[in-house]
Design a protein around this ligand. Structure first.
Ligand SMILES: Nc1ncnc2c1ncn2[C@@H]1O[C@H](COP(=O)(O)OP(=O)(O)O)[C@@H](O)[C@H]1O
Ligand SMILES: [Mg+2]
Length: 374
């Protein structure tokens, strides 16, 4: 039996949270890989040693125990180790900025030697579902550092009175680690300002945050994300080295997202259908384009006899409902025009509009065309 054969067993025991079994299997793996992968074997033995002492296992990779709220004892943040992720699909300018940031972080020591201040923060803004959270985790992977996430939306509401101290503890913690501190939903602080009773407390909070951001050494990377940049205190904006506005995906990006996520099903689609999908997902964010692809794949798997084109087109109109009669008429006509081989029944399946109505829309179109031609 080699180490790879033991991985399924390790996965099962982890999912069952069977600590004894996990330890035994991990130890076997460590022994088997010791010769070829000494560093990984060492990491495993170290983690096991910490676990036996009932100390947090993250300490074995030099991570301190997470800070907790003094009264509730709830963790204020979560910490995750980096995992490999595909590159986010973004416009070239943003992608370049992120690559520059990564490069600059990788030569941190050189910068410091030359007395050049290295960048240590990025603020990501943009509508929901464009990949802000994804980018933060991807940066952790590219920089090979754990990521500490503070979700302000949840931590503020529960313990406003103690949030200032909590924020200080979190920054202290982040400063003591080589990790990315990710402040998700930063606008949560600003949003609460409408609530007059909390006003004084929130002002103090913003000040705490500003001071902590200011005091962050260059070894510490801070990423902020917000869906509502307009709600954010201008002073907070200024504390970040780079502000990157992530936009809704354009045609090129939607095409890449679809191709990546559709996988094999994408190969079955005709080029004109894929082109139509790209064009007609204009106001759909990246997260929903990914979701849409999953819907198509599932349906294709469940009904293998349904033509891929019908599956693809009808899933678009499920995610993007046709609201007005005008929408409906236009889409029926457009589908017929782009794909003349579609029958009235096909169009009815795609749009969920009864066949008789589709028929009426289409014949009105023909009449219009004829009148036009005369
Ligand atoms: N630009 C992108 N490139 C690749 N995948 C993306 C992108 N944007 C969103 N996604 C997908 O959608 C999911 C949700 O996006 P998320 O990062 O949570 O958006 P946001 O934080 O901006 O609201 C991601 O986990 C990822 O699978
Ligand atoms: Mg997010």
């Amino acid at each position: 039996m080699n180490a790879f054969d033991l991985i399924p067993k390790l996965v099962r025991s982890s999912l069952e949270a069977d600590k004894k079994d996990i330890e035994a299997t991990a130890l076997m793996i460590a022994r088997k890989i010791k010769k070829d992968y000494p560093a990984a074997a060492e990491e495993i033995t170290k983690a096991l040693a910490y676990s036996r002492l009932d100390s947090p296992v993250t300490r074995s990779i030099d991570l301190q125990p997470l800070p907790v709220d003094k009264e509730t004892r709830y963790s204020l943040v979560k910490i995750e180790e980096p995992i490999e992720m595909p590159d986010p699909i973004l416009e070239n300018f943003i992608r370049q900025q992120l690559e520059d940031f990564i490069k600059e972080r990788q030569i941190l020591e050189d910068f410091l030697r030359e007395d050049i201040v290295p960048p240590n923060s990025i603020l990501l803004d943009g509508p929901p579902g464009v990949g802000k959270t994804y980018i933060a985790y991807w940066l952790a992977y590219r920089l090979n550092t754990p990521i500490i996430t503070l979700d302000l939306a949840s931590s503020i509401s529960s313990y406003l009175g103690r949030t200032g101290q909590n924020i200080r503890n979190i920054f202290d913690y982040a400063r003591s680690q080589r990790a990315i501190l990710f402040l998700d939903e930063l606008d949560a602080i600003a949003k609460r300002r409408d609530d007059a009773s909390d006003l004084g407390e929130l002002k103090r909070l913003v000040n705490v945050l500003l001071k902590e951001l200011e005091d962050c050494p260059s070894s510490c990377v801070i990423i902020g994300a917000t869906n509502h940049p307009e709600l954010l205190d201008k002073a907070i904006w200024r504390r970040f080295d780079r502000t990157l506005t992530i936009s809704m995906p354009d045609e090129r990006e939607r095409r890449s997202l679809l191709i990546r996520h559709l996988g094999k099903f994408g190969d079955e689609l005709r080029r004109d259908t894929l082109h139509y999908l790209v064009k007609h997902t204009k106001d759909i964010n990246a997260a929903d384009v990914c979701k849409l692809s999953e819907h198509m794949k599932r349906r294709a798997f469940l009904s293998p006899n349904e033509p891929p084109q019908i599956i693809a087109l009808s899933e678009v109109y499920k995610i993007k409902p046709l609201a007005t009669k005008e929408d409906k008429t236009n889409i029926c006509r457009l589908l017929k025009k782009e794909f003349p081989s579609l029958s009235v029944r096909d169009i009815s399946m795609i749009t969920q509009i009864p066949s008789t109505t589709v028929s009426r829309y289409l014949s009105a179109n023909r009449k219009g065309d004829e009148e036009h031609a005369e």
